[in-house]
Design a protein around this ligand. Structure first.
Ligand code: UT7
Length: 325
């Protein structure tokens, strides 16, 4: 053993009970099931119940991931929650999760990179593990985007939903090459010049309100295709592997057409892509761990396989990670 690797030893997810279908949405705004399915691949989304918060969803996903990994709260020394829809402006949602799980030591904080949040949180936690500062980290993506949507704006309200996913990272050893198990490489980027293409028009320091999500969808789409192609190439180059080595592409689930485009550029058949967007829409930071948990639970992802995770979101932010399961 020559290097420390973060092994993903467990994963879990949670979707709120209430399902909102495209047909129900078509009774709220001028849209159709056909339009939404054709342009996005989304068929339904889950909506948190009244009083059900991001921390509630995060805890359900965390408990499932901890059970899967066989770890308890006393084993954890770090919690990173990726969210753009925290319970409160402060303290961090992660500290609420920490208290609920009964973890009294270590550190817990939030990371805010919107739809790229899970990749950012994974990169942060992986670096803590590699630096020897964490042995067992809980990384969560959790969102209640239903609370920041303008339900009269058909351009955005049909796209998003609520949910949470979580993974457990544990320090392990590796030889330092691409055959190692664990997180092999992470890459994160941002370009703040594109703030106005995807943002929330409120906040404590500006309007003292929570605000609503605003998006120039077509522009975001255009940037997503370019940035995602760049960041997946960067990840493969970092470990000197060809795209053909990828067993599963587990992308941020925003729009099936963006995912198709990334897979096509990589030369990957759709059979190697984990697609869950139809079931829960864009759940922002929660979407990658939701997709991962599904593919692990149903047995698609097998030990030793190479997973490519990627995401793009407001900021703009974007990122990728290569993981050997
Ligand atoms: O997660 C992070 C970031 N988010 C994304 O990755 C989202 C990126 N963007 C997208 O996914 C797509 O751009 C959308 C799904 C938002 C839109 O698809 P599009 O193919 O880019 O459509 P468009 O913006 O070119 O709009 C086409 C038409 C417009 O009508 P006009 O202006 O051509 O007359 C829209 O008004 O579709 C109209 N439209 C709708 N029609 C029915 C927009 N929303 C709807 C709707 N139902 N819900």
């Amino acid at each position: 053993m020559t290097v420390i690797r973060s092994l993903i030893t467990g994963c879990g997810s949670y979707l709120p009970e209430r399902i909102l279908t495209n047909n129900e949405l078509a009774r709220m705004v001028e849209t159709t099931d056909e339009w939404i399915v054709e342009r996005t691949g989304i068929r339904q989304r889950h909506i948190a119940a009244e009083g059900e918060t991001t921390a509630d969803l995060a805890c359900r996903a965390a408990e499932a991931a901890m059970k899967h990994a066989g770890v308890s709260a006393s084993d954890l020394d770090l919690i990173v929650v990726a969210t753009a829809t925290p319970d409160n402006t402060f303290p961090a949602t992660a500290t609420k999760v920490q208290a609920r799980l009964g973890m009294t030591g270590g550190a817990a904080f939030d990371v805010q990179a919107v739809c790229s949040g899970f990749i950012y949180a994974l990169a942060v936690a992986d670096n803590f593990v590699k630096a020897g500062q964490s042995r067992c980290a809980l990384v969560i993506g959790a969102e209640t985007f239903s609370r920041i949507l303008d339900w009269t704006d058909r351009n955005t309200c049909v796209l998003f939903g609520d949910g949470a996913g979580a993974v457990i990272l544990q320090a392990g050893g590796g030889a330092g090459d691409a055959a190692d198990r664990g997180i092999l490489t992470t890459h994160i980027h941002s370009d703040g010049r594109h703030h106005d293409l995807l943002y929330v028009d409120g906040g404590p320091s500006t309007t003292q309100t929570v605000g609503h999500l605003r998006m120039s969808g077509r522009e975001v789409f255009r940037h997503a295709v370019v940035n995602l192609a760049q960041v997946v190439d960067e990840a493969l180059a970092a470990v000197d592997l060809p795209a053909s080595a990828i067993d599963w592409l587990i992308p941020h689930q925003a729009n099936k057409r963006i995912i198709d485009g990334t897979a096509r550029k990589l030369g990957l058949p759709m059979e190697k892509v984990v697609l869950t967007v139809a079931k829960h829409g864009n759940t922002s930071a929660a979407s990658i761990p939701l997709a991962l948990a599904e593919a692990v639970q149903d047995g698609r992802v097998q030990r030793g396989q190479l997973l490519l995770l990627e995401a793009m979101g407001g900021g703009f932010t974007w990122g990728s990670a290569l993981v050997r399961w």
